[in-house]
Design a protein around this ligand. Structure first.
Ligand code: ADP
Length: 171
């Protein structure tokens, strides 16, 4: 019985993340998707919103559940009895960061293995940042994210547009 975690910020979850969760769920008995509570980067969505969108996005996978967490990822893994940390690799530039992360995890918890899945070709360019950038500038993202995420980003894009207009009017 191998339990794995897939930790990330998911601000918001994209079809690229879902692809990794689907593939990992076929290999490990149980997968816990960990929504990181307080990353050192600015976020568009609250933890509750990210948690809800992530839950909806993987609801079709019976051996996958979603939890939020704060603190060290290895502590989150241990708390849930997970021995594998799942990550994804898109382009060469991901490798440096993912290697550093996996060595850090190993130095803190040598009994936990990091397993990186290669991105599927169709999502190898996709990140949450790119998704937000397209959406906030009025582009089509329907092929890149599940419908609750598309709807949430459209709502944010409208607010963004209104704020922009207000600033333009004030100027
Ligand atoms: P974090 O802020 O925790 O790095 P990300 O959303 O940026 O969260 O990425 C989480 C993990 O998912 C990383 O290992 C990243 O490489 C992987 N990932 C993100 N987008 C994709 C994608 N389109 N295809 C495959 N893996 C991805």
């Amino acid at each position: 019985m191998t339990r794995a975690i897939y930790p990330a910020t998911f601000d918001p979850i994209t079809n690229g993340h879902i692809d990794i969760a689907e593939r990992a769920s076929k290999i490990f008995h149980e997968l816990i998707v960990g929504v990181y509570d307080r990353p050192m980067k600015s976020l568009l969505f609250s933890t509750a919103e990210r948690l809800e969108m992530t839950r909806q996005a993987v609801a079709h996978l019976p051996n996958v559940r979603v939890e939020s967490y704060s603190g060290l990822t290895v502590h989150f893994a241990k708390k849930h009895g997970a021995v594998v940390i799942v990550r994804g690799l898109r382009v060469l530039s991901d490798f440096e960061w993912e290697l550093q992360l996996s060595l850090t995890y190993h130095s803190l918890a040598p009994d936990i293995e990091t397993v990186c899945f290669m991105a599927s070709q169709e999502y190898s360019f996709l990140s949450s940042s790119i998704l937000k950038d397209i959406a906030l500038n009025g582009g089509n993202i329907e092929h890149l994210a599940p419908s609750p995420v598309v709807a949430a980003l459209r709502k944010r894009a409208m607010l963004h547009e209104d704020n922009f207009k207000n600033v333009a009017v004030r100027d």
